[in-house]
Ligand binder design. Sequence first.
Ligand code: COA
Length: 415
Amino acid sequence: MGKALDGVRILDFTHVQSGPTCTQLLAWFGADVIKVEKAGAGDVTRGQLQDIPNVDSLYFTMLNHNKRSITLDTKHPRGKAVLERLIRHCDVLVENFAPGALERMGFPYERIRQLNPKMIVASVKGFGPGPYEDCKVYENVAQCAGGAASTTGFDDGPPLVTGAQIGDSGTGLHLALGIVCALYQRNTTGRGQKVLAAMQDGVLNLCRVKLRDQQRLARTGVMKEYPQYPDGRFGSSVPRAGNASGGGQPGWIIKCRGWQTDPNAYLYFIAQAPVWKQICAVIGKPEWITDPDYATPDARLPRLTQVFGEVEKWTMTRTKFEAMAEFNKHDIPCGPILSMEELAAEPSLRATGTVVEVDHPKRGRYLSVGNPIKLSDSPSEVKRSPLLGEHTREVLGELGLSESEIRTLEHEKVI
Ligand code: COA
């Protein structure tokens, strides 16, 4: 069966995490992704956080599946000539260099458009146009500048970054959507265009509900589902909400049996209004069904701590899985806190290809996250990441370079 993006050629100038997650997704959907790496060096992540000496790190292998790798010194005149051929050959150029790097290399957008007017030029940058547009940015800077850190954590603690890579992988996802839209629009216009996903913008988009809350707070001075209500104080900006739910149904993380020794023996519990009666029945508080202090969602808001406290008394006598099974029987929404160890072993994630085992010629078998987006007509197979320059000769041959031209490039260390 063909793949959704069969025939699309991507000139992949990405490195580290944000850009590579984008091009990996496109590769999983069938695009031919040609990753261009610095001759002799490669993507810096190949050598970062290595768990096996001199073997591509998991950081690299897990972000660069299904791609081909070529090495090319794009600052060398002969390298620039090859890059021009690649630009003519491909449909999309994706990059996440520091601001201005492509221009310094001699390839501003106007030059690329001259070479290939149909080319889509897609970039991740830390910031969009404005005071910080020239800044280099990594994941946690984006989480801080995009509103995630100021709204994550507890009221009495410092801002916190999250383990989810919303700045890098989140922005990669945004960029991938932009690229697919630009490819679709090219079908009617015949033209390429620039696609920009700024990490600050991507994080802020994912923090949309907090900007909602900022405006609610400005209007009413209070947010009744936040843990600061009713005993604490609200300032002028959205506070850190601990584990409170970001939506209209209150929730919290509560302890389960074994929490004293297992850091993940917890459950996320949601006091969803339509199943309030069932919640009361399960936790042994049937009187709360009619008690005016607890019977309605509004009445419960100032008493959420007591509500979650009573639920916790019940869950502390059960494991997180037993508690979840019982709540599920009554359609009460909740979810276990799963450790990475548990996720790695979870059979249903293996069955769907969300967690996959991949073979690598140098490191052997390793575990990775497969394509989380499932297309019924375009299933993704995860293929190992390329070795540095593994496909240089193959790709240069496809570009029409002769054997002697390739040898000259090798001799001059351009590839
Ligand atoms: N041949 C020759 N030179 C190459 C090359 C190649 N194949 N590929 C890259 N280079 C050069 C670049 O042209 C650049 O040179 P210049 O500084 O002279 O212009 C240089 O390598 C380094 O690129 P840069 O992007 O500045 O790398 P860095 O390691 O200094 O910065 C980041 C890394 C991530 C901070 C920066 O790239 C960045 O801010 N990117 C945008 C935001 C982003 O994606 N951040 C998340 C990363 S997960």
